[in-house]
Design a protein around this ligand. Sequence first.
Ligand code: PMP
Length: 371
Amino acid sequence: MIPLNANLDPLQRSGIRRFTNMAKEVPGCVMLTLGEPDFPTPEPIKAAAIAALSQNDTHYAPNQGILPLRQAIAEAEGVSEAQVLITVGATGALYTALTGILNPGDEVIVPSPAFSLYETIVTVAGAKTVTIDTSKDDFQLTEAALRAAITERTKAIVLNSPNNPTGVVYTEETLAVVKQAVWGKDIYVICDNVYDKLSYDVCPDLSRDPDLQGQILLCQSFSKPWAMTGWRVGYLVGPEDVMARLLLLHAAEVAAVPTFLQAACVTALSTDVAPMREEYRMRRNFVLSRLKEMGLSCPEPKGAFYVFVDISRFGLSSEEFCTRLIQEAGVALVPGSCFGCEGYLRLSYCCAMDALETGLDRLETFIRSIL
Ligand code: PMP
């Protein structure tokens, strides 16, 4: 092979996909691995896409996204439409934001455990991920930990609240500590808020802090709240001057997001997500009570649809635990190591109740067999 961009050398397949594929080889295995809502996309959103197609809304959209969608987002976010860029999911928003701001050698602070995409993009940009282990601090950020992580090379910090894989929401105190550490410095704050509409309680948020407006890059997605993962639509919000530059990068990557999908996303914004959120809340409560019965602990998930289960007392690595769980018990979870955190497993509860019931029964049988 003729050599490729050397920044690609360290990239690996996502661990989530790897374990999902391993589970597919085992007939009848219950999959609690993917962050993929089991609901269909709500009918009015699908109808809006079909109507847009019928009206021949099938030509190039403006690079930045169609105006009605940017206006609706601007209104919902309390920003100007010039600050909004429609992207290919939050993945596209994160890619444009991070590759657009990073130079080789820059550092990006990522609180761990974390979704692996951040590190992948930072690596592609030739920059360095600096992780902060939050597992000993109730999955929150402390002043001491932040102080130790920030250097003169720090270019950004990524905040993901509610968090994938823990479901934990950052407290006001954590956000105050972050604000104090970055305010007025040449450090961007990347807010990955893709689960904020699926919070079960309050979800404090730094993205609207008036003092930080020159530093915030907000990454959002239609994927999770409206069960639209396959549509691949999200958006990025940032300071006007920054967005004018990032638009050029986005235009070179994807030109524009499909026109008729954007038209339907306007309908999504006015579609209430509460029915799906309440169903997730019920499932979360069920999972928490079953885990408690088994004597397993986890940080309390206040949003998203994941539970991060502590398995440190079993003396197996999280990979080994998950591999055996698939092969011996027929239930698939994701090892904490895929999120940079040993001693835990991620369980996704965005699946049908009967799958959850069977999956948790099998987990219980398995832990009894190894104790
Ligand atoms: N951020 C987080 C925290 C996620 O969990 C995901 C998807 N699993 C994404 C971003 C990307 O989502 P999408 O590209 O589908 O919008």
